[in-house]
Design a protein around this ligand. Structure first.
Ligand code: SF4
Length: 495
């Protein structure tokens, strides 16, 4: 049996709270291309599924309603049967009432009633979790169940592997849920009426991005012109102010209207149609002394910790690339990527120390990230701590050099290496790489380490090569950018 087409669910209801137009599309066009998850979104979904499954072990002894996704009638019948037993909990307990179908993560027996436990893969309870729980309490009570309270169960930041006994913590949200129930009942009626009618008109606004980015933005938002004021560096809070003044693009902004010096350099470069280089660039480059080790880490952040001392989402450096440039300009490349689920940190630490040995400067692009990763390794591999901290001491950051001295109109308001490289060194770019973003790399790395069985040996080898190629380009990009900056500095300010 399928759900009635206009029935609400937890996800539809929360989408409807954000926007009735989004709710309408999600319900009437469930196969819309915008709703097909990309690899990053799918990875987030998979994490949520894994966390939900593990959460059940922390409320043990319950009955799982384990039926195909669309067997709604079967789920309702199985839940009814489980409710009639003395089971201490029901996982995926399904009810349908008042036009709403919900499958509750964990319904835990509490005296003569039941307690709702909503499992989240985050490490904190967020305001948007309250309506998630409230719509379920509303449906459970409409179905005739006694609900004694509602809790949100999240991952516990204080948990440290190997002791996973405190992997979760539960927060009681009963008071907030009870307070919201009258509004939930009214909103259910409104949303059901919306779904029975034509596509509603809704103005675009901040709600399109909060609490979640709406997948239908390309349908509602007019195309933003190039150099729109919203692309000004670090000025998103001021974008509406500029628009209210009638300044739509950076070309419209008069002298003195942008206070942030970096954003103002962007304004001047865009209006002049050329790159701006500040006179102090040459001086800022003096610190970059050969031999130089250009260095970059890739990391994984498992929701469920797997290595000693790690908590949920601890960021662990597992792969690196390092180009060493000798005083005569000769380049030597070092790289490493692990395979399999074993703790790679001792090996990574040893190889990092070796790669950077002898370098006067270790160049990073946004060094805060690399320094934090090196500190993590120092804590995880104490006998290497002194050598790893010596790498930190030699680290110099290329990003602020670009940000504070150079703006090319093609940066588009970003100083990420992916934005800066093709503008400064057009013959190099990340286009065409199989792995092309840090997030992609993290997902591929996680699959390679923790789920290698999901790939054939040939796929594993191809993914490994793609990761190495991506990380290698990150450090080669730094080499090329530094060389280009030196050329610009030699050519003088204003080039
Ligand atoms: S883009 Fe905005 S207005 Fe359009 S459906 Fe999404 S949330 Fe609603």
């Amino acid at each position: 049996m399928s759900r009635r087409p206009h029935q609400l669910s937890k996800s539809r209801f929360t989408a409807g709270l954000q926007c009735h137009r989004q709710l309408w599309w999600r319900t009437h066009e469930p196969d819309a291309p915008e709703l097909v998850p990309d690899a990053g979104t799918q990875a987030i979904f998979d994490t949520g599924t894994l966390v939900g499954e593990i959460a059940r072990d922390h409320v043990p002894g319950g009955t799982l309603i384990d039926l195909p996704y669309d067997d709604f009638a079967g789920k309702l019948a199985a839940t009814k049967a489980a409710l009639a037993t003395d089971t201490p909990a029901i996982y995926e307990a399904s009810v349908s009432a008042d036009g709403v179908f919900v499958a509750v993560d964990i319904l835990q027996r509490d005296g003569d009633g039941w307690r709702l436990v909503e499992v989240k893969s985050s490490t904190s309870v967020k305001p948007q979790h309250v309506p998630d729980a409230a719509i379920q309490v509303h449906a459970l009570r409409a179905a005739g169940l006694t609900v004694t309270g509602a809790e949100v169960m999240v991952l516990n930041s204080a948990c440290r592997y190997p002791d996973l006994s405190n992997l979760f913590r539960r927060e009681d949200v009963s008071a907030d849920v009870e307070a919201s129930l009258p509004a939930v009942a009214a909103e259910v009626k409104t949303q059901l009426a919306v779904l029975a009618g034509p596509l509603p008109e809704v103005e675009t606004g901040p709600h399109c991005n909060a609490p979640y980015a709406c997948p239908f933005r390309s349908r509602c938002w007019a195309e933003v012109p190039e150099h729109h004021v919203s692309t000004l560096y670090y000025q998103s809070a001021n974008a509406q102010k500029y628009l209210d003044q009638g300044w739509v693009t950076i070309f419209d902004l008069p002298d003195g209207s942008v206070k942030n010096p970096t954003a103002d350099r962007q304004r001047r470069a865009v209006q002049a149609g050329r790159m701006i280089v500040e006179g102090a660039l040459a001086r800022s480059l003096e610190r970059f002394r050969a031999p130089l080790a250009y260095f970059d880490f890739e990391t994984v952040m498992p929701a469920i910790p797997v290595w000693d001392g790690c908590g949920p989402y601890t960021q662990v450096p597992v792969q690196f690339s390092c180009h060493v440039e000798a005083e005569d300009g000769t380049l030597t490349h070092h790289e490493w990527v692990p395979e399999g689920p074993g703790d790679p940190r001792a090996e990574v630490a040893a190889r990092v120390v070796e790669a950077c040995r002898g370098a006067a400067c270790v160049v990073a692009y946004n060094s805060t990230f690399e320094k934090r990763a090196l500190e993590h390794l120092a804590a995880a591999v104490p006998f290497r701590a002194a050598e790893l901290r010596d790498v930190i001491a030699r680290m110099v950051d290329l990003l602020p050099v670009v940000r504070d001295h150079v703006y090319h109109p093609d940066f588009g308001g970003s100083f990420s290496i992916k934005a800066v490289l093709p503008a400064l060194v057009p013959e190099f770019s990340y286009e065409g790489l199989e792995v092309a973003k840090g997030d992609d790399a993290a997902n591929v790395l996680a699959t390679l380490l923790f789920a290698p069985e999901t790939m054939t040996p040939l796929e594993r080898s191809a993914r490994r090569e793609a990761l190495l190629e991506y990380c290698k380009l990150d450090t080669l990009a730094m080499v090329k950018i530094l060389h280009r900056l030196r050329e610009l500095a030699a050519a003088g300010a204003g080039a």
